[in-house]
Design a protein around this ligand. Structure first.
Ligand code: NAD
Length: 542
């Protein structure tokens, strides 16, 4: 094939509204009903083959935990080793595919998801991760479609970055895939991340072991079927949900392990880093370690901030998807005079949030992901009820009779270092600290020093000087920084996402910075008329 092919210019996938009377609403409701009426079996997919281990778990709905969506087979160490073998076999062909052929697979995946798979992947995300239809649409449809299309575009830009050539030679840069396989471990909370972590390395010519998160195996399986239909050859992406420790041990014990693409909590990532470090001499190449991890995302309001904008940001930024977004606002700093003005309205608004089954479109929030999360979050709330340093202002009611429901909860911390101001909760709990009106500068220092994380953060101020001060004081406090906007809702191609400090390696998913991690460049120098002697002019006789 000859031709300097150009991939289509990407644009963000339009978000469907699902408002009453729209065709998309009727269509997703039909899919929800159909998916809820049957139970499927989910095998592993290794080297293109379905594998059933007989060791199974149930995929359930968090908002109706008695309802089983699927039975899925669990991989152990033996199956993960088989997947490592399948991946390294597939590498021989896939790593030699042209970039256009690989791009076509991703672009087809984007169109499959925008079209025939949209309802299935959205409905699966709603049912097994308890997302409202809008939260599913912006995640499992739009963001993942964007990841596919924008990554293809960024890959082309990376490939076109070529060195200069002096006369008599031609210098080139070849962006090879890594020599080995990439291990992708994905979190429960974003189907788009689950889809992006295996496919972005694959786009760059790598082969992948993909271990989805337990509560999200159901939606992950639909993605895997879509990847197969899009044209990834067998073994390029191997689907190995299962025992996290056993699968990880098989992956990290292989000399062909070439990289990890992880999103999830901080301690788990630090464990991988440690193991990889201890085994560094055993690997054929130095593994790429990419991880996006926990957060303790802040909103800090200046006395000049707009009351209404701040209130809306707290509610949407803190409670959408039950606060289970890595970017969710969870600690808020408000000046005393403003707090007096907004407190009543804010509490009323939070008290009025509808929580329930996501198939009922009137609800703004569903259930938290599982029993462990339910117990963790309620323990934080109980602690706040008992502590002299905190007060539960609204919410806090929790009931797991039918589903893992926790009402959106607002805590006021009387001490800025109270634990819900510092520790990641990852649930529908927002803590407010009210600071004296004249302590803006001190408060900025507090925001910066309070947590080890640095994922997202927002400043609200009308006074431009205050915005500037926050930009400087909080320069390293957030990898995604927002001015007069909630700290969540990053869009691919617009706000590349990732945090620093304990929040991750900040390789910005959905940007060229991420793709760079999945290539190993080869510099090529070709000389057209080579020198035939070794003597330099300076060696000539006087
Ligand atoms: P988690 O850490 O429980 O799980 C993440 C993945 O790691 C899952 O696939 C899980 O099975 C696996 N895992 C867990 N323990 C393991 C072990 N001991 N060995 C090997 N694998 C193991 O996280 P989660 O509950 O799925 O997601 C929530 C966390 O993810 C939060 O901390 C959140 O901040 C973070 N997150 C971060 C970002 C980001 O971009 N920074 C995005 C989404 C989620």
């Amino acid at each position: 094939m000859s031709g300097a092919f150009q991939v289509p210019m990407p644009d963000n996938e339009p978000v469907q509204s699902y408002a009453p009377g729209t065709p998309e609403r009727a269509s997703i409701k039909a899919t929800l009903a159909e998916m809820s009426s049957r139970e499927i079996e989910i095998p592993l997919i290794i080297g293109g083959e379905e594998v059933r281990t007989g060791r199974t778990k149930k995929a359930i709905m968090p908002h109706r935990h008695g309802h089983v969506l699927a039975t899925w087979h669990m991989a152990g160490q033996a199956e993960a080793e088989r997947a490592v073998h399948a991946a390294t076999e597939a590498w021989k062909e896939w790593s030699a595919w042209s970039s256009e052929d690989r791009a076509s697979v991703l672009l087809k995946a984007a169109d499959l998801l925008a079209g025939p798979y949209r309802d299935a992947v959205n409905a699966a995300t709603m049912l097994c991760q308890s997302k409202t239809v809008y939260q599913a649409e912006i995640d499992s449809a739009c963001e993942l479609i964007d990841f596919f299309r924008f990554n293809v575009y960024f890959a082309e830009q990376l490939y076109s970055d070529q060195p200069m050539s002096a006369p008599g030679m031609w210098n080139r840069m070849e962006y090879r895939p890594l020599e080995g396989f990439v291990y992708a471990i994905t979190p429960f909370n974003f189907t788009s991340i689950a889809g992006n972590l295996p496919t972005s390395p694959a786009l760059m010519g790598n082969v992948v072991l993909w271990k989805p998160s337990r509560p999200a195996v159901f939606s992950a399986y639909y993605l895997m079927k879509m990847f197969e239909e899009a044209g990834f050859p067998p073994g390029v992406i191997n689907f190995v949900p299962g025992d996290p420790r056993a699968v990880t041990e098989a992956a990290l014990a292989s000399p062909d392990f070439a990289g990890i693409h992880y999103t999830g909590s901080t301690p788990v990532f630090q464990g991988f880093y440690r193991t990889i470090g201890e085994r560094i001499a055993d690997y054929k190449t130095y593994p790429r370690i990419v991880g996006e991890t926990g957060g303790k995302d802040f909103i800090v309001a200046h006395p000049s901030a707009d009351d209404e904008a701040l209130r809306a940001a707290i509610v949407c930024g803190g409670f959408e998807y039950q606060g289970q977004k890595c970017s969710a606002a969870s600690r808020v700093y408000i000046p005393a005079a403003m707090w007096k003005r907004i407190k009543g309205g804010l509490l009323d608004e939070v008290a009025g949030i509808a929580v329930g089954d996501v198939a009922d479109f009137r609800n703004f929030m569903g259930a938290v992901i599982d029993e462990n999360a339910f117990k963790d979050h309620t323990a934080f709330i109980e602690d706040a009820r008992k502590s002299p340093d905190a007060e539960v202002l609204v919410g806090g009611e929790a009931d797991m009779t039918e589903g893992y429901f926790i009402r959106p909860t607002l805590i006021q911390a009387k001490q800025p270092a109270y634990r819900t101001m510092c520790e990641e909760i990852f649930g529908p709990v927002v803590t407010v600290y009210v600071y004296p009106d004249d302590q803006w500068h001190e408060t900025l220092t507090l925001v910066d020093r309070t947590s080890p994380y640095a994922l997202t953060g927002a400043v609200f101020a009308q006074d431009r000087r205050a915005v500037r001060e926050a930009m400087v004081a909080l320069r390293h406090s957030a990898g995604n920084f927002y001015i007069n906007d909630k700290p969540s809702g990053a869009v691919v191609g617009q706000q590349p996402f990732g945090g620093a400090r304990a929040s991750g390696t900040n390789d910005k998913a959905g940007s060229m910075l991420n793709l760079v991690r999945w290539v190993s460049a080869r510099s090529i120098k070709e000389t057209f008329v080579p020198a035939t002697g070794y003597r330099y002019p300076f060696m000539g006789a006087e």
